[in-house]
Write a protein that binds this ligand. Structure first.
Ligand code: CAA
Length: 282
């Protein structure tokens, strides 16, 4: 893996860029404008500073990491000489399809295409490209520089060679790869999201206040964040999208999104990113 391109510099994209660059793999980072690319770079710099302060890396490593990131506003230019493309644009199938059709046209034949989707079928996105055997899900977790897991999702046609290369790449990033098949929510969100949804039902039905629901799970189950704090951190819109994927994918009423979750998304209270969700943020 000599060079990669990361498409999208949002929360997940800048974290993915951070870990590749910090592990010595040059990254071409694509954003829609120079301003957004600058914003992604400044988030990466802030997170690297945090690591320097904690003595996880030194100042030289910080500079080397930043120097190995090149920003682009054109997908075609960014992917023309890379071995791997990791897409981290918003969770919208049509948007991902559009991005991958440009990537597929411009990237060399050898290039592996990966998506960081947390909910859309890998097989369905892969089918929109001319190389489904070289297509795979590489699902990272927020905050990417901290969380050790990469869920590796095999599509219907993903080859063993592609899987092995991506597994090896995840280890190179000091992550632990876990193989999963392409089912709604994979493993992570099939287990996590119903727990979050159930925590929201506890508030909806007046079982307990949000702080108390979270305290139960933090103090009783040693979760680092309560499920409602975590829902705000992930984004309530993302949580609702994933619940809908489970609900529609399994056709099982146990995955019905809690009406309070739907209402909060309708009201624009999406969590950290809008300053308010189950809790308030500055
Ligand atoms: N970059 C680099 N380092 C970071 C960081 C970042 N963005 N965010 C936190 N850190 C580091 C801190 O510097 C700190 O380092 P030390 O251990 O050396 O002190 C460490 O991580 C812990 O951070 P804090 O002390 O600031 O705060 P904390 O102890 O409360 O931990 C947390 C914060 C790591 C986010 C922790 O609360 C946690 O693990 N929460 C659960 C996160 C989680 O479940 N993520 C998955 C979400 S689901 C998802 O992403 C996928 C999906 O499909 C929806």
């Amino acid at each position: 893996m000599k060079k990669v391109a990361v498409i999208g510099g949002g929360t997940m994209g800048n974290g993915i860029t951070h870990v590749f660059a910090m592990n010595g793999i040059p990254v071409n980072l694509v954003e829609m404008s120079e301003e957004l690319a600058e914003k992604a770079l400044s988030t990466i710099e802030k997170n690297l500073d945090r690591m320097v302060k904690k003595e996880k890396i030194d100042a030289t490593e910080k500079v080397e990491t930043l120097e190995s990131i090149t920003t682009f506003t054109s997908v075609e230019d960014a992917v023309k000489d890379v071995d791997l493309v990791v897409e981290a644009v918003p969770e919208n199938f049509e948007l991902k399809k559009k991005v991958f059709s440009k990537v597929d046209e411009a990237a060399p034949e050898r290039t592996i295409l990966a998506t960081n989707t947390s909910s859309i079928s890998i097989t369905k996105i892969a089918a929109a490209t001319s190389r489904p055997e070289q297509f795979i899900g590489m699902h990272f977790f927020n905050p990417v520089p901290v969380m050790k897991l990469v869920e590796i999702v095999k599509g219907f046609e993903t080859s063993e060679e592609t899987y092995e290369t991506i597994e090896e790449t995840a280890r190179l990033l000091d992550k632990t790869p876990i193989p999963v098949e392409d089912y709604p929510g994979f493993v992570s969100n099939r287990v996590l999201m119903p727990m979050i949804n159930e925590a929201i039902y506890c508030v909806h039905e007046g079982v307990a206040e949000p702080e108390d629901v979270d305290s139960v799970m933090k103090l009783g189950m040693a979760h680092p964040m309560g499920p409602l704090r975590l829902a705000d951190f992930i984004g309530l819109d993302v949580c609702l999208d994933i619940m809908n994927v489970l609900y529609e994918g399994f056709k099982d009423p146990k995955y019905r999104p809690c009406p309070l979750l739907v209402k909060m998304v309708d009201a624009g209270k999406l969590g950290d990113k809008t300053g308010e969700g189950f809790f308030e943020y500055d």
